[in-house]
Each structure stands twice: as structure tokens, then as C-alpha cells.
Design a protein around this ligand. Structure first.
Ligand code: SF4
Length: 324
């Protein structure tokens, strides 16, 4: 079936040309994941600026900047590890203790700043502002305990990264001459732009090893196989290697586990097919998003997702799911 036919919804409008359908559309793993979880949240995140109502538009922009603690802790861990490797590769002095203290202070500043915002304070305009934490601005119950637990998780993950023998191989790879740290990439051959960022990729005697740092345990599930396959597809193109020469590992820092992703030709072919399907679905919604047609984006309330969604105050369906 041609794309033009697929995009004809019988709403009286002529289907746009294929290039027009995908114009300005960028697919990243996080974008397609948010679409998969809830279409309404996807609208808020990627098309909030198109909303005509000025007040609602401002609220969406504010909520978009709010992060839950899991997200923020993951960001800080990636920031520290990335900084550690980059400094070592630049032959600069770097101390694990100093970086860990830095992360802890950043998280404490986040909490102070979030309190300030909760009390109605004005948002800072500094270039790298502290995070506004969902749990604090929304006065979640037992927030002090929750923040203390998150800080412990942050410190434990960094401690394991710096000293655990499980990750010794990756620490060595990260400082190797040809390693790539926080490498942004794009994939060719799709209707629109496909982008991503790899924590660590380094060529070695077997091909290329890619490492993805994780804060949760391996038993939390592995819905990110598409993301890992995207990394592998980039490595094959970048280094001109076969699928079997790509090793992709998830490094679960807190639990000191390494989980290998079965990278093979079939996994990459499946990933390519899924990306193309995602583009079709995103392309259909793109036109509605650009015109701020929020009704085309149906809420998909699910307590576990809504509880961590910053837009729940704008979403009656989500509020019900959380309070049920
Ligand atoms: S609160 Fe739930 S249903 Fe509403 S936008 Fe967020 S994830 Fe979707």
C-alpha cells in the first residue's frame, strides 16, 4: 500500500506528498518510546509549542522541563562517566572522589532549586540550570526519604563504576585512543532523520564494543532492544564491519551485571523494519501535531506511566489513573 493511501483518513483533506509528510520529523529512541507509551504525552513533548492557547502552551513548556528522580539520576551518572572518560582522554587529572562529590552536589542543588520553584520562585536563566524535580514541585509524600534513596542510588552506581572489577574492561576501553564517548550519530536510508547517542563505543581486536550504562537492574526488563540495535547499525556503517563483529553490552551499574544484546543480521533487519513502521505512524501524526490538534493524540493512561508523567496535571485521564 502506498504511503499516500495510508495517510488518507477520509477527513476530506488531500493526502500530503511523502516528503511533506516527514518534513522536519526526527526519530530518536526516546521519541518513539514516548509515542509507544502514550500518544497524548508524545504530543505534549514534541508538539506543545504548536498549541494556540497561550496559557496552555506556557504550562506545557514549564512541565516539559520537569524531571522525575529516575531520569535525573540517570542523567547525572551519564554526566560523570562521560566527563571522566573525556578528561582522561585529554590527559587531564581526574579523581573519582571529586566527580562523585560533584554529582552529589548537583543533585542537592536540584532539590534546593525545586523547593524554590515549588514556592513560586522565578526560573533561573543560567546556561546549565539545576533540574526541577517532579517529586518536590508536586509535594510527593515522603519526598525526603525518596530523595535520600535516590542519592544513595547515585553514589552506589558511581562507586561501582569506578571500582567494580565487573566494569574494568569497559573502563579500559573508554580511555583507549579510538574510543567514542557520548557519540551522537544518525542513520541513513529512512524517510526522515534517525538520531541517537551512544555512551561508549570502542574498536578492539574483535570488532567494536558498545556499552550502554544502566541504573536499573537487568530484571527491570529489556524493552530497549531497538535502541541497542540502532547502536549496532551505526557501528556497522561507521567501522565497516559485519554484524557478528559488533558486541553490545548493557552495564547495570548498581547490580554489577553485564547483559549482552544478541546483535546479528536478523536483529538489525527487524530493527530497520520497526523504524520504518515507526516513521509511518509518526508521519501520520506529524501533520496534526504541527497544527496543535491535540485531539488526534489519545491519552493512554496507565498508572505506572502516568505517575512519572510530568503532564498529568493537564490530563484528566492520567489523574484518574494515578489516583485509582
Ligand atoms: S498522564 Fe498518563 S495519560 Fe496523561 S499524558 Fe501522561 S502518560 Fe499520558
Amino acid at each position: 500500500m502506498g504511503a499516500q493511501r495510508q495517510l488518507d483518513f477520509g477527513d476530506g483533506h488531500e493526502a500530503p506528498a511523502r516528503e511533506e509528510t516527514f518534513a522536519g520529523l526526527k526519530l530518536s529512541y526516546s521519541r518513539r518510546e514516548s509515542l509507544e507509551q502514550c500518544t497524548r504525552r508524545y504530543f505534549f513533548l514534541y508538539y506543545g509549542r504548536s498549541v494556540e492557547d497561550r496559557e496552555l502552551r506556557a504550562k506545557i513548556q514549564f512541565l516539559k522541563g520537569i524531571k522525575n528522580r529516575h531520569l535525573r539520576i540517570g542523567e547525572l551518572i551519564h554526566l560523570v562517566i562521560g566527563t571522566y572518560f573525556k578528561k582522561l582522554k585529554d590527559r587531564k587529572r581526574v579523581a573519582a572522589d571529586g566527580l562523585t562529590t560533584w554529582a552529589r552536589e548537583l543533585f542537592q542543588q536540584d532539590q534546593i532549586y525545586s523547593e524554590h520553584i515549588r514556592r513560586g520562585g522565578t526560573a533561573t536563566k543560567q546556561p546549565f540550570p539545576p533540574a526541577t524535580l517532579d517529586e518536590i514541585v508536586n509535594e510527593q509524600e515522603a519526598q525526603s526519604e525518596i530523595m535520600a534513596q535516590s542519592e544513595q542510588q547515585l553514589l552506589k552506581a558511581l562507586d561501582r563504576f569506578f571500582i567494580s572489577s565487573t566494569f574494568a574492561e569497559f573502563r579500559t576501553l573508554g580511555v583507549s585512543v579510538n574510543s567514542h564517548i557520548e557519540r551522537k550519530f544518525s542513520l541513513d536510508g529512512y524517510p526522515g532523520v534517525v538520531t541517537g547517542k551512544i555512551d561508549l563505543a570502542a574498536p578492539n581486536e574483535h570488532g567494536v564494543t558498545i556499552v550502554d550504562w544502566k541504573t536499573g537492574s537487568a530484571s527491570d526488563g529489556g524493552a530497549e532492544s531497538l535502541q541497542l540495535a540502532m547502536y549496532g547499525m551505526w557501528a556497522m556503517a561507521e567501522f565497516g564491519i559485519a554484524p557478528e563483529s559488533v558486541r553490545i553490552a548493557k552495564a547495570h551499574l548498581v547490580t554489577e551485571e553485564i547483559v549482552e544484546f544478541g546483535a546479528d543480521g536478523q536483529a538489525f533487519a527487524n530493527a530497520r523494519a520497526r523504524i520504518l513502521q515507526d516513521f509511518e505512524r509518526m508521519g501520520i501524526l506529524h501533520g496534526y501535531g504541527k497544527t496543535g490538534t491535540i485531539e488526534a493524540f489519545t491519552p493512554n493512561p496507565h498508572p505506572a506511566v502516568c505517575r512519572l508523567c510530568p503532564f498529568r496535571k493537564l490530563c484528566p485521564e492520567g489523574e484518574v489513573a494515578v489516583n485509582d
